[in-house]
Design a protein around this ligand. Structure first.
Ligand code: SF4
Length: 464
């Protein structure tokens, strides 16, 4: 078992026993399904929209080479500097070079899970730079020195009382636990940072190949300020974020808002096509876009699971996942948690180290059912289980299945095994949970179902 698997099991055990945490998450998500369903009903046909979105992303992912070149060429034509990073470390190095070239000291960031993936804050802070997260949830998590809990709602596991205490401790300013007042406290702290930041950093929701523009969708306006005030803007994008046409946004923006937060549209939707052009009154003087691979092309090469690159990071699969709702986002120990994280993390960070996440699923299929781009999530989890077992078969598992195969194929042996089982199960009950329990790995978290008093075969025989 990898150290990541051990840590996951440890955290999951703690979190599932934490009723307060489970209650906070249940409360946070209780309204989500109602408003999401209302918004879906506003689509002429949500199912047709899902199909169209899945087909558009499938086209984009299968022609990434063409669309990425088109996207980069259009951006460069308007004066943007486009960089290509194969790994997270390379992306960090490119950003550091830009920062050093500008002799920058401070960076203001808007929300970007891709930057979390490459641990950008650590890289920049180690180089002596001040990095400030401007998204409210991310700002809270930065003050707590923690990674985001959820890809859309970074601090959803915190109550307003906890946030008030945090602001009091870290900012010395928290008049009450009223959400509006707490937001104003954060706003006062962040406004000063915008004005003094040398560089604005953003992620992107979509990269439009046809026009060479990045699309950012948000509710706080912080990404707009991040792009508008500092003189240099840097954007880090995973290569899978490409959409072929500008008109695709007419589907994807409302779809992302509906699935992500249950809104018709998020409050601010902005397109950036390059640095400030002559005659424009705002925007950065210099604009850098970094296109990140970081094992995405390996996932692209996997014909079975390639559709996972279509993910638009709406978080809907996390919200409905019974495992996520019980163990919480941080137990996963990964940037991307929940069902989509369990699917892609083994591709991004190594199958053997992260195969345990494929087991963190009841395979109920709720994730697949809600995914707006129809990613076959729960089947991909099964495929990851299969791939991990194939690549590194367990000696004991193989032996157990071989013995099972021999017994199950011989009626006499099968009948003896059943009798032994019925005789042995009451004895196992006596030692359940102790070191003597042969089924301890199973029974410490679940019940062992009792064997039927009479097998179907015996019942059939007696009946006649
Ligand atoms: S896998 Fe689907 S549901 Fe989950 S975050 Fe991605 S797009 Fe949303």
């Amino acid at each position: 078992m990898s150290i990541f698997a051990k840590e996951f099991l440890k955290q999951a055990r703690v979190m599932t026993a934490d009723l307060r945490h489970r209650n906070v998450i249940r409360t946070a998500l209780s309204n989500y399904e109602i408003v999401r369903d209302q918004r879906q009903a506003a689509f002429q046909s949500w199912e047709s929209a899902r199909q169209a979105a899945a087909e558009t992303k499938w086209d984009a992912v299968n022609h990434l080479d063409k669309y990425l070149e088109q996207f980069a060429a259009k951006l460069e034509a308007r004066g943007t500097k486009v960089h290509w990073a194969s790994t997270g470390a390379q992306a960090g190095e490119i950003i550091l070079q830009i920062v050093r070239g500008k002799q920058a000291h401070s960076i203001i960031k808007s929300k970007s899970m891709t930057s979390e993936e490459v641990h950008l804050n650590d890289v920049l802070e180690k180089a002596g730079l001040e990095v400030v997260e401007s998204d409210l949830g991310e700002f809270i998590m930065q003050l707590r020195h923690e990674t985001p809990y959820h890809i859309v709602f970074p601090s959803m596991h915190l109550t307003r009382g906890e946030i008030k205490e945090l602001f009091q401790r870290e900012l010395g300013d928290a008049p009450s636990d009223d959400p509006q007042e707490l937001t104003m406290v954060a706003r006062r702290a962040l406004r000063k940072k915008y004005l003094t930041a040398d560089i604005g950093f953003t992620g992107a929701n979509f990269a439009i190949a046809e026009t060479g523009m990045i699309s950012i969708t948000e509710n706080e306006g912080n990404a707009r300020l991040t792009a508008a005030l500092p003189k240099t803007m840097v954007t880090l994008i995973g290569i899978e974020k490409v959409l072929p046409r500008l008109e695709d946004l007419a589907l994807f923006l409302p779809m992302l808002a509906t699935a992500g937060t249950g809104q018709a549209l998020t409050c601010y939707n902005t397109l950036y096509g390059g640095p400030r052009q002559p005659g424009e009154c705002d925007g950065p003087e210099e604009f850098h876009v970094i296109l990140l691979d970081n094992h995405r092309t390996e996932l692209l090469a996997d014909a079975e699971q390639r559709d996972a690159l279509g993910c638009i990071r709406c978080g809907a699969c996390l919200n409905v996942c019974p495992i996520f709702r019980n163990v919480g986002g941080q137990a996963y120990g990964t940037t991307y948690s929940g069902p989509i994280g369990s699917v892609i993390t083994p591709h991004l960070r190594g199958l053997q180290d992260w195969k345990h996440l494929s087991g963190a699923s009841s395979l109920c299929g709720a994730c697949t059912e809600v995914c707006p781009v129809k990613i076959d999530l729960h089947h991909h989890l099964l495929q990851n289980r299969r791939n991990a077992a194939k690549a590194k078969p367990s000696f004991f598992e193989r032996l157990a299945y071989q013995i099972f195969g021999v017994v199950a194929n011989r009626p006499r042996l099968w009948s003896i095994a059943k009798k032994l089982g019925r005789f042995g199960q009451p004895l196992q009950k006596l030692v359940q949970g102790s070191a003597l329990d042969p089924a301890k790995a199973w029974t410490q978290t679940r019940d062992l179902p009792p064997l039927a008093k009479e097998s179907f075969k015996d019942w059939w025989k007696n009946r006649r």
